[in-house]
Design a protein around this ligand. Structure first.
Ligand code: G6P
Length: 483
């Protein structure tokens, strides 16, 4: 890194996300430290960041805690502090009770509060300031997700030299829903500060372009949005689908690990070797359709289309956003349904439903994927759903059936899955039965086709393609400026 005027180190590639890719750990001697988190995004970016002086700006997960920046595995980590109030207004409030439900098709009603919006602006500025301090001249800045949609404009206005990319990991809603947002124009302008805005699906990109046309003075042609003459930002903004993926080879390799294979066998044994193991893996979030899934499963047991003694559903629901009311309500509803199903169908020696309100390390997740015959992904709306992709990558053996909601980004790519509409409970019940009874030859054919896709379309390729497209766009627009 080259020193800048203010003696801070500067970096050629700066990634900005709400969270830093690290987990807090307690060392054997009792001291506190950080470990790199297993997420796909950091796996993809780590090699690029190591090769090009990369820094990552994000919240470290502590409350009211100022931390110095530190290096971890060749990535320079820049922690952004959040107070208890910031968490309530910016994170739980505007990010997760306004934007999250609005962008997921108002499955629960979004709440609009001016105090939340004010704090969202303030915290976005805090992240932007942290970037401005460390971005080298002409650096590339890659901003991630709905928590930070104002950051591209904020850094564009301060530093027109930067190449700015943005990727939205969640859906972008239709204009008829987005129009509810009292601050729709500010959010759109915030995003338009980027040279390239990436989305999970084509639909998300076209929704965004339509909103820009309808609610701002930008005009669009193809996938490029142009500001009006005299606008404070003069950059063109390109909007495109860049669906994210997984580290396919890493998952495939783990799925061949003898210890993990043995663990998968042990999981089935300990459940009493049911004929069929069905699996669900989600954050405990109302977008995931967990209640719809349990409804269908409970009915299949009640009508004896599934025999209680033959089948077990393992539902992993990892704790998430536990201070947000809608998440507390969902937890109560799910746990009530779990009690109804197990109370009615379990016996002293067999459970029909093993509910786990916990999260597990990657190796244990792969063992669960291998132990399962069927994975149920029944989201009501989901930007991508990487669990679906991981399940497929873990089944290089060609076994297993993916039941996948049409309302996920993954459904655009994993077209050989058994696709379902989670609102149609009868339809979903039929598809679950189809999955449970699918012949091995059919399972194998579908798994192989989906794995052919994942072998090529990895998360490493996703970030390479995004960054090289961003580099090309910026080079073209600076050439325009010279001409
Ligand atoms: C989704 C979002 C991410 C977020 C993650 C976990 O995948 O797109 O931005 O980090 O959920 O949620 P949390 O609120 O715990 O960060």
């Amino acid at each position: 890194p080259a020193p800048s005027q203010n003696t801070e180190e500067t970096y050629d590639l700066v990634v900005v996300a709400n969270r830093l890719p690290v987990d807090r750990i307690t060392n054997p001697d009792g001291s506190q430290g950080f470990r790199r988190s297993p997420g796909g995004l950091v796996t993809a970016l780590a090699p690029i960041m190591a090769a090009s002086d990369g820094a990552w700006v994000g919240w470290h997960g502590g409350i009211d805690e100022e931390l110095e920046s530190f290096d971890k595995d060749d990535i320079h980590m820049v922690p952004v502090p959040l107070s208890e109030d910031d968490l309530e207004l910016y994170y739980e409030g505007f990010s997760n009770s306004t934007l999250w439900p609005l962008y997921h098709d108002v499955i629960v009603p979004p709440e609009y509060h001016r105090t939340w919006w004010d704090r969202y602006k303030k915290i976005n500025q805090r992240f932007a300031d942290a970037v401005l301090k460390i971005a080298a001249p002409n650096a590339t800045v890659w901003v991630h997700d709905y928590q930070l949609q104002l950051v591209p404009q904020m850094i564009r206005l301060a530093r027109p030299d930067l190449k700015i990319g943005f990727f939205l990991h969640i859906p972008f809603p239709a204009a008829s829903l987005f129009s509810q947002l009292p601050w729709r124009k500010q959010i759109l302008q915030g995003l338009a500060g980027a040279d390239l805005v990436g989305f999970q699906r084509e639909t998300d990109a076209s929704n965004f372009l339509r909103c820009l046309r309808r609610f701002t003075e930008y005009s669009t042609k193809g996938d490029v949005a142009t500001p009006p003459a005299g606008h404070q930002m003069q950059n063109l903004c390109r909007a495109k689908a860049h669906p994210i993926s997984i580290d396919t080879e890493q998952i495939a390799k783990l799925s061949r690990d003898p210890q993990i294979i043995a663990r998968a066998g042990q999981i089935r044994n300990e459940l009493g070797n049911p004929k069929t193991v069905i699996l669900g893996v989600d954050r405990l979030d109302y977008t995931k359709g967990i209640r719809h899934r349990l409804k269908a499963y409970g009915e299949l047991l009640a009508d004896e289309q599934l025999r209680a003694g033959d089948v077990c559903l393992i539902q992993v629901a990892s704790p998430s956003r536990e201070n947000v009311d809608t998440y507390m309500e969902l937890r109560d509803q799910v746990e009530l349904m779990v009690g109804q199903i197990t109370g009615q169908h379990d016996t002293l020696s067999h459970t029909t439903l093993r509910y786990l309100h916990q999260s597990y390390p990657l190796r244990e997740m792969i063992a669960l994927y291998l132990a399962a015959d069927v994975l149920l992904v029944t989201a009501l709306r989901d930007g991508m759903n990487l669990v679906a992709k991981e399940f497929v990558a873990a089944h290089q053996d060609g076994r297993g059936v993916l039941v996948l909601s049409e309302y996920t980004g993954a459904a655009d790519q994993l077209t050989q899955a058994v696709l379902v509409n989670p609102h149609d409970i009868d339809g979903m019940k039929d598809k679950i039965i189809q999955a449970v009874n699918m012949s091995e030859a059919e399972q194998d054919k579908r798994m192989r086709r989906m794995n052919r896709h994942l072998k090529v379309n990895t998360v490493a390729r996703w970030s390479e393609v995004f960054l090289s497209e961003l580099a090309e766009i910026s080079a073209a627009s600076s050439a325009d400026a010279i001409a």
